[in-house]
Design a protein around this ligand. Structure first.
Ligand code: ZN
Length: 681
């Protein structure tokens, strides 16, 4: 963990232009620099870098943020890794925070396991390339299957000797502890101080790399006819390896996936190798296990588009079908390519180069609905019962798609393919979605009490592995107040403690023979944060969105601090969900609701006119809070009206009187919104 002071130094040193320039060619345009966006297929430069604000932003796809965000996104690093990267770039010594003994133990355990895995990976590679058995059996196998030396080297392929304890002995001689040999699963046995036995014996070895390139596990393929063991043996689950999370090849594929905006999904290690060798690098494999949501979410960090590439045999088709529904549920676009009979991606890619391979994909890629219906149509023939089952199978897949528009496109297409009226399919899809929603709701209600406790937001300050969790999880549901709360936050983050207004008087003063004019401050309004806090408190309104409320509370904490620089404070805030939102609000393109943007318009940049800015705050901060209050009142009125509809005669009168009162407040608010607001403070 990195301490706050070091984080501050890194943030100060990291000049956005400098950092982005390492990856993007920038040209000057006015006060900004522009270049082709690295995050989408950019034809005209839409990636803006502002040296003054020290942030970057793509005006086309919306990516951007501080230097740290840029590195995180571009290099697919965690917050912690990005800080380390920048520290290295600017020669800043990283002082790590004091850890508790437990944390130290956990960290050193994990680190020791990574170091041992790295050692083992080198060891297996050395055996493959220099040991007589390794060359004769292992290297020979890879060569026979047509893998080039550069691919063998790139993926750090290796070989484990037949000898039952070769690695265990060698590693302990080199000083590695038994404990970690067992924890990583490289060795087994060892009870009652018996000697350790190697897990991998007489196998070619495929190291599994994490996104950041660390060896987390190994897969070993047996070369002889297997006796009592499977064709593949894999590392067991450990503190550093969770089978359901890792994707084989992701480290070598991530750059290409972003660039092509597409990821090929295959089944085995060797499929990945052969495709790389053919020049197709945007490929990962779930390596033998059934695809999981966690793996799909990892791919989703890099692209929206997955093309499933499976063998044309029955097993391959079934695996493809299972995967499709999971991918759809994650809101990604999924296509399917079935290879010619008798081919798997490994054998097929070996006969292709990148160009012919891509051509084949382009010609044979089908969207999942066509794939599924054609497949099922073939299977069911004319049997009406089977046909009904097939329709519901297809409809079920469609109902998983979260996006309404995409869903309806697929309904149209399947209506055509299945020759069933669209209306019938829509009704079916909606029925399934409703049922699933009710099930989920039932589950949620059971879990509800627990959720309440979590509601009190505690921002996670321990960075590193847990960071990505934050980015994927929105802080709270969308509420009808979201828009208004965000408008208020816009002023809070931009102006912080800037007074709402200031009144000056020009006084003339004699200095020697000449007369000097000077501005004297007569009167000053409350700071922006102070005003909002007072105004909302008065009506007992708090932000409904957890993230917004967190930011607002932070601003309130610094309300009396004269030197508080709200822009930098939030922009540099260690939690990325806070700093990302701040950079959104500070970017020029941030869309305020119409009336606010109309008033602010171009004038804001006019630095000569301090008065203009003051006027702007004086008029529009109160307007923003009034709009939020108005939204609250409207909701209240709606609810009350509902209540009145079902009320008993006894409390009818009191409800009506409540309603009248609310409507009075509404009138006042409407008037405030309609007129120029007179500040009563
Ligand atoms: Zn972009």
């Amino acid at each position: 963990m990195i301490d706050q002071i070091t984080i501050g130094r890194i943030q100060e040193a990291a000049q956005i232009v400098d950092v982005v320039s390492d990856f993007v060619t920038l040209r000057r345009r006015g006060v900004n620099m522009v270049g082709l966006c690295p995050f989408h297929d950019d034809k005209n430069p839409s990636f803006y870098v502002s040296p003054a604000k020290n942030i970057c932003k793509c005006f086309s796809c919306g990516e951007g943020g501080t230097a740290i965000h840029f590195v995180m996104k571009h290099e697919q690093m965690t917050y912690y890794e990005a800080l380390k990267y920048l520290a290295k770039k600017y020669n800043i010594e990283v002082v790590e925070k004091e850890l508790t003994d437990d944390e130290k133990q956990a960290q050193s355990d994990r680190e020791s396991m990574f170091i041992l895995n790295e050692y083992a990976s080198d060891y297996f590679a050395k055996i493959l390339n220099t040991n007589t058995e390794g060359i004769a059996v292992g290297l020979n196998y890879f060569k026979e299957r047509g893998y080039r030396s550069d691919i063998i080297k790139k993926f750090q392929l290796g070989y484990s000797l037949e000898q039952r304890d070769a690695l265990s002995i060698e590693a302990q001689k080199a000083g590695y502890k038994r404990d970690y040999l067992l924890k990583t699963g490289l060795s087994t046995g060892g009870e009652y101080n018996q000697p350790l036995i190697d897990r991998f014996r007489g196998r070619v070895i495929f190291p599994v790399h994490s996104i950041s390139g660390k060896v987390v596990a190994f897969g070993g393929r047996i070369l002889k006819k297997p006796v009592n063991t499977g064709k593949y043996v894999n590392s067991p689950e450990s503190e550093i390896y969770s089978k359901s999370k890792e994707l084989y090849g992701i480290y070598f594929a991530k750059g290409a996936i972003v660039k092509q905006d597409k990821c090929f999904l295959v089944e085995g290690y060797t499929d990945v190798l052969s495709m790389h060798q053919a020049g197709i690098e945007n490929v990962v494999s779930s390596s033998g296990t059934a695809l999981t949501h966690e793996q799909i979410r990892t791919i989703h960090r890099f692209t929206e588009n997955i093309t499933v590439l499976y063998d044309g045999d029955a097993a391959g088709i079934n695996a493809a079908l299972r995967g499709i529904d999971l991918i759809l549920e994650d809101g990604m676009n999924v296509k399917v390519v079935l290879l010619p009979e008798g081919e798997d991606p490994d054998s097929f890619a070996k006969k292709q180069n990148a160009e012919s391979f891509n051509r084949f994909i382009a010609e044979n890629e089908t969207d999942f609905i066509r794939f599924k219906t054609e497949l099922l149509l073939k299977e069911v023939g004319d049997d009406p019962v089977k046909r009904a089952g097939m329709v519901s199978n297809v409809v079920n897949s469609i109902s998983l798609i979260p996006n309404t528009i995409i869903r309806s496109v697929y309904v149209q297409e399947s209506s055509r393919l299945l020759n069933i009226r669209e209306g019938i399919l829509i009704a079916e899809v909606n029925k399934i979605r409703k049922r699933r929603w009710e099930q989920k709701k039932g589950q949620k209600e059971k879990e509800a009490p627990r959720e309440e406790k979590v509601g009190n937001l505690e921002l996670n300050n321990s960075f590193g592995a847990t960071d990505s969790k934050h980015q994927n999880k929105p802080f709270s549901r969308k509420s009808p107040y979201d828009k208004y709360e965000l408008n208020i936050l816009y002023y809070i983050v931009r102006y912080g403690n800037t007074p709402l207004y200031q009144k000056f008087e020009v006084r003339k003063r004699k200095e020697g023979k000449s007369v000097v004019e000077e501005e004297v401050l007569l009167e000053e309004g409350p700071g922006v944060t102070e005003f909002v806090s007072y105004d909302l408190n008065r009506d007992e309104i708090t932000f409904s969105n957890d993230l917004y409320r967190f930011i607002f509370d932070k601003a309130v904490e610094h309300m009396d601090d004269e030197n508080f620089d709200s822009r930098n404070f939030f922009l540099m805030y260690p939690d990325t969900s806070v700093s990302k939102l701040a950079s959104e609000l500070l970017s020029d393109r941030y869309q305020l609701s119409k009336i606010h943007s109309k008033i602010i318009g171009e004038k804001e940049g006019d630095k000569n006119s301090r008065l203009l800015e003051q006027n702007l705050l004086f008029n529009h901060v109160p307007r923003a809070t009034t709009e939020l209050k108005n939204a609250y009142i409207l909701q209240k009125i709606e609810k009350l009206k509902e209540k009145i509809k079902t009320s008993t005669p006894d409390n009818y009168a009191s409800l009506i009187s409540d309603l009248k009162q609310l409507q009075e407040i509404k009138k006042v608010l409407a008037k405030e919104l309609g007129e120029r607001i007179v500040l009563k403070y």
